[in-house]
Design a binder for this molecule. Structure first.
Ligand SMILES: NC(=O)CC[C@H](N)C(=O)O
Length: 485
């Protein structure tokens, strides 16, 4: 089969590329094509686990779901997970390759373009259409040399590009015309069209603006896409996209860690009408009226523990617990709740051994192989099924693990305090299980009113309808070119 491919690049990060690729994937699947999403290089601490036990960006996992395919490590062959301001864990074709400083990554990308091309061609051998997503913007001329995320990949793979701008942040004419102005001729020749995303109001008011972009660039418009109001119902890719979600009386408070990882854990809770999820940014105390403080995962637990203390959140969490409140820690958050965290070789950030909050009598050691796996578990009290995933270097043990509240094929998972109000587990994604979430919220005194996965499916269909209406999908498909062998 000869697949066709097209690449969606943006005029900047967060212009809505991943959402557009997800919507296009669902729309083209509904038109009868087999579709695979692909992003050569992603930078995100929000990872998903594939059935083969590898890691990819969560956005590609959502796009795979939109395309009705299992996620695969080939869909995002290079994933950078920031650990500090200057260093990141590098994941290649799903596996941790090590930690690299930003500067050395820029200079030395040995083998990465080859890995990206290999993955791309493997995907293309299997489907009718590969929808490729760029990263950031191709207008960052200083990053063009050695690039594998945008034009560097588009040129190497010989694929056409559509450029998306974001009118909501302003200056969209300059975004697109400006990108046209700074691209080198060989990159410019790749761009076949543009689209304007996140339009609010009367679209006809922008007709002249759209025509001006077309006249100045020579590119046809693929559409002016109105704001998609239900976007929040889809798993968030970027920390910038997660927002507090006002809802009902039950208040779940989440300290926004600097290296927060796998925050899709919050989505099923935020989708509950009876629940308000409040994400607290640095500089603000955790509110005193929380029903539950949820400490999310962290890419660098020791670093984020210091960050949490610098905000005074340790004091807030201990006070909340003393007042009778519930505390839950997931993965990095679980480790933070324990007594000690020991990372002798710095496999998770800076090396060191530190004391945790001590709300759980457990100890964590970071070492050895990274555990990356899809996991099916059941709750020990009600035998409720929970499916989730694990991504961690740390191993946690201690007396409170005897009160583990989950069981994975007979093995105990997690820990709880004697009074049961403090709980931790390595299992990400557990709140998507409707029955478990209902029972968990029941313990906090509220009723669950939402079916989470059904809601995501309905939103992906609505997104596909939205793009069918406001983008020229026939023309987009015509622009897609056969993948050169
Ligand atoms: N996903 C997580 O929260 C990971 C926790 C920690 N960074 C570890 O690797 O063990």
């Amino acid at each position: 089969m000869t697949a066709r491919a097209i690449m969606i690049q943006g005029t900047g990060s967060n212009v809505g590329k991943s959402m557009i690729v997800a919507g296009l994937a669902r729309a083209f699947v509904r038109r009868g094509l087999s579709v695979a999403p692909f992003k050569p290089q992603n930078m995100s601490n929000n990872a998903a686990v594939t059935p083969e036990g590898g890691e990819i960006g969560r956005a590609q996992a959502l796009q795979a779901r939109a395309a009705m395919r299992a996620p695969h490590t080939d869909m995002n062959p290079v994933l950078l997970k920031p650990e500090t301001d200057t260093g990141a864990q590098v994941i290649v074709q799903g596996k941790r390759r090590g930690t690299q400083a930003a500067g050395s990554f820029m200079r030395d990308k040995t083998g990465l373009l080859e890995a990206a091309l290999e993955s791309f061609h493997r995907l293309a051998a299997d489907v009718d259409l590969v929808l490729i997503e760029g990263a950031g913007s191709p207008a960052e001329t200083n990053l063009r040399k050695n690039d594998i995320a945008n034009m560097g990949f588009a040129c190497a793979a010989d694929v056409p590009v559509v450029l998306v701008g974001d009118i909501h942040r302003g200056g969209v004419i300059a975004q697109i015309v400006g990108t046209h102005a700074v691209l080198e001729p060989q990159d410019l020749a790749r761009v076949k069209g543009f689209a304007v995303n996140r339009f609010r109001g009367d679209r006809s008011l922008f007709d002249a603006g759209r025509d001006d972009i077309a006249a100045r660039t020579g590119w046809p418009s693929m559409g002016v896409i109105p704001w998609f109001w239900d976007a929040w119902k889809l798993p968030a890719e970027d920390m910038m996209d997660i927002a507090s979600r006002p809802g009902g009386a039950c208040k779940i408070v989440v300290p926004q860690l600097e290296r927060m990882a796998n925050f899709d854990d919050l989505d099923p809770l935020a989708a509950e009408p009876n629940v308000t999820v409040e994400i607290i940014p640095a500089g603000r105390p955790l509110p005193g009226d929380a029903d539950l403080v949820l400490i999310p995962g962290s890419k660098s637990t020791i670093g984020d523990l210091a960050y949490l203390r610098a905000q005074g959140w340790d004091i807030d969490i201990l006070a909340h617990h003393r007042r009778g409140g519930h505390v839950m820690g997931l993965c990095g958050g679980y480790q933070i709740l324990g007594k000690t965290i020991d990372d002798p070789e710095g496999v998770d950030g800076r090396p060191g051994k530190v004391e945790g909050l001590g709300l759980l009598d457990v100890h964590t050691v970071m070492a050895g192989e990274k555990r990356v796996t899809l996991t099916e578990a059941v709750t020990r009290d009600g035998n409720l099924p929970v499916s989730g995933y694990e991504i961690h270097m740390g191993r946690t043990d201690g007396p409170d693990c005897a009160r583990a509240w989950l069981s994975i094929e007979g093995r105990l998972e997690g820990a709880a305090s004697r009074d049961g109000r403090v709980r931790g587990s390595y299992l990400h994604g557990l709140f998507s299980a409707d029955a478990f979430r209902a029972s968990f919220l029941g313990q906090l005194g509220v009723e669950s009113l939402a079916g989470y996965d059904d809601g995501v499916e309905a939103t992906l269909d609505a997104l596909a309808d939205h793009l069918e209406e406001f983008m020229d999908l026939d023309q987009l498909l015509e622009l897609a070119e056969p993948v050169a062998g």
